[in-house]
Design a protein around this ligand. Structure first.
Ligand code: HEM
Ligand code: HEM
Length: 195
């Protein structure tokens, strides 16, 4: 069983928490805090107390309710960018590089696992760079149109990248833990492996 150094374990769990948090902010934005749904609710409830608002006014109200949630998306986004930089530093430690050594002699399954990790890192790096680009488009001197197009790609990669790889990873380690690699998850918690 692998021996994970304390700093790598701390990195892994903060990183997992932050990525799941970012996914959570998107989930809320698309469901309970969706401006489309909420602007309809607001229009209807206001009309019940004899107040009428236009579609545009209802949208302003609904997006104002959503705004604090989205501040969390940005804050967690900064944290993700910092964690990815930390990951680069960790690569120079035994824990941070062991999965990527001796690739050629690994079984096909292990090769796929390693490739999936490289896939996760590539996707998250893209999410961090594109997210920061959308957020700072004015400072970067980009047009609103380009920021909008970047957002479309950022969203696309979320649905076809993050939403595929993260559940796959979690399901993968759970299956490994109950079959051939018992203790693989607790090992990422206590780190008492042998090699
Ligand atoms: C919450 C449930 C999760 C569990 C139980 C879990 C468990 C694990 C375990 C056991 C490993 C080590 C696998 C090995 O032996 O190679 C691992 C590695 C990894 N996990 Fe997770 N994980 C979780 C969530 C996440 C999330 C949300 C992410 C974010 C994308 C993530 C990203 C990674 C990455 C990138 C590695 C590879 C580390 C390396 O570079 O060597 N994990 N995880
Ligand atoms: C795992 C990482 C991330 C995921 C899963 C993610 C997901 C998403 C999704 C799905 C959207 C589209 C929301 C919509 O228009 O309905 C979005 C928008 C956005 N994201 Fe991210 N994102 C991530 C990282 C980041 C980072 C690192 C930043 C930068 C700090 C960021 C900043 C933004 C901004 C500014 C928008 C545009 C919001 C708007 O149009 O009002 N994201 N993100």
């Amino acid at each position: 069983m692998k021996k994970w150094r304390l700093d790598f374990r701390i990195w892994h769990w903060i990183h997992a928490f932050i990525v799941l948090g970012l996914m959570g902010t998107v989930f809320l934005r698309k469901t309970f805090l969706s401006w489309r749904t909420n602007s309809e609710i607001l229009t209807q409830k206001l009309s019940e107390i004899d107040l009428s608002v236009t579609e545009a006014q209802a949208k302003v109200l609904a997006t104002a309710i959503r705004a604090p949630l989205w501040e969390w998306h940005i804050l967690l986004g900064y944290a993700l960018a910092a964690l990815l930089l930390w990951r680069i530093v960790l690569f120079f430690t035994q824990s941070g590089s062991m999965n990527y050594k001796h690739f050629k002699v690994k079984s096909l399954h292990k090769k796929m696992v390693v490739l999936s990790y490289i896939g996760i890192y590539t996707i998250l790096t893209f999410m961090a760079i594109s997210g920061l680009t959308i957020h700072f488009y004015e400072v970067l001197g980009l047009t609103k149109e380009l920021a909008h197009d970047t957002k479309e790609v950022h969203e696309f990669v979320f649905f076809y990248g993050v939403l595929v790889f993260v559940p796959l990873h979690i399901a993968g380690v759970v299956v490994a833990d109950v079959t051939e690699e018992q203790g693989i998850i607790s090992n990422m918690i206590h780190g008492k492996g042998k090699s």
